[in-house]
Design a protein around this ligand. Structure first.
Ligand code: FES
Length: 239
C-alpha cells in the first residue's frame, strides 16, 4: 500500500483551520493519506509512521506543505524520518521525501490567481491596537514551552496543556504566563520548558516532570535539579 504524509508547518493557525486543510488534503490525495502538524499539537511524525506501517503501508511519501516551506524543516525532516527507519530495522516501509509543493508552478499559479472572495477594508484609526495590549501582564513567572518541531517529535505537543492543568491544580495559574514558542535551540535535550525570571531551563519528558517544575520551581521556589539543563547566563556546558 502506498501512503502520503502531508507535513504542515503552521505555528499560528487554529486547530479548526488546520483540520479543514488537513481534511481537504487527505480527501484529494491519490492514495491513503494522513496530514500532521509539525509544531504545537497532534500526533508526531514517528507515531504517524508507526501507524501507517502497522496498517501495511509499504511505500510512504512525506510531502511538505507550505508556501514557502521552511528550509530548516526541509533539511531536518528527512533525517528525523531516517532515524525512524533506523529504529524500525528491516521490516520498515520504503520512505521518500517529496520536494516542497511550491516547486509546482501550477500550484503557485493557482495561488496567485485563486478565486477567493475579498472584502473591502474601510479606514479605521488605531486599527492595529487591541484591548488589553497596553502593558505587560502582571505575572510573577513566565514559562516558555517549546512547541518547535523537534520537541514535537518527542511528544511535546501537549506540554503547554499539561503545564496549564498542573498550574491550575497547584492554584498558581494566576501568577504564571505560559507561552508556547518556536524552537529554543537545545532540541536534542528537549522537550524544553524555560522558567523566568529565574532563567532555568528544564527538560521535561513526562507529566511527573511538569508537576515537579510546578510544585518545586513555582510553588516552593526550589530547583528540580534532575530536570535542569541550563541556566540563562551560564556557560553552555550542561549544568
Ligand atoms: S524544537 Fe524545542 S528546542 Fe528546538
Amino acid at each position: 500500500m502506498d501512503a502520503y504524509v502531508f507535513l504542515i508547518s503552521a505555528s499560528y493557525v487554529s486547530a479548526t483551520r488546520f483540520r479543514k486543510l488537513a481534511d481537504a488534503l487527505v480527501e484529494e490525495a491519490p492514495c491513503h493519506a494522513v496530514a500532521l502538524r509539525l509544531e504545537g499539537e497532534g500526533q508526531n511524525l514517528w507515531r504517524v509512521l508507526d501507524a501507517l506501517a502497522a496498517e501495511g503501508a509499504s511505500r510512504i511519501q512525506l510531502r511538505p506543505i507550505g508556501l514557502p516551506f521552511s528550509q530548516s524543516l526541509e533539511r531536518w525532516l528527512p533525517r528525523a524520518a531516517a532515524s525512524w527507519l533506523h529504529k524500525r530495522g528491516e521490516a520498515a516501509p520504503e520512505l521518500f521525501f517529496a520536494r516542497p509543493a511550491e516547486e509546482d508552478a501550477g500550484l503557485v499559479r493557482n495561488a496567485a490567481r485563486a478565486r477567493v472572495p475579498a472584502s473591502r477594508i474601510a479606514p479605521l484609526p488605531d486599527g492595529e491596537l487591541g484591548k488589553g495590549w497596553d502593558a505587560p501582564p502582571e505575572f510573577r513567572h513566565h514559562l516558555l514551552v517549546c512547541a518547535g518541531p523537534r520537541c514535537h517529535l518527542k511528544d511535546a505537543p501537549h506540554l503547554a496543556d499539561v503545564l496549564k492543568d498542573e498550574l491550575r491544580r497547584a492554584g498558581v495559574s494566576a501568577d504564571c504566563l505560559v507561552t508556547t514558542t518556536g524552537c529554543l535551540f537545545p532540541c536534542n535535550a528537549g522537550p524544553v520548558i524555560v522558567h523566568y525570571p529565574e532563567g532555568h531551563w528544564y527538560r521535561v519528558t513526562a507529566v511527573a516532570d511538569v508537576r515537579a517544575v510546578v510544585t518545586k520551581a513555582i510553588g516552593a521556589g526550589a530547583i528540580p535539579r534532575h530536570l535542569l539543563i541550563h541556566r540563562t547566563g551560564d556557560t553552555h556546558e550542561p549544568v
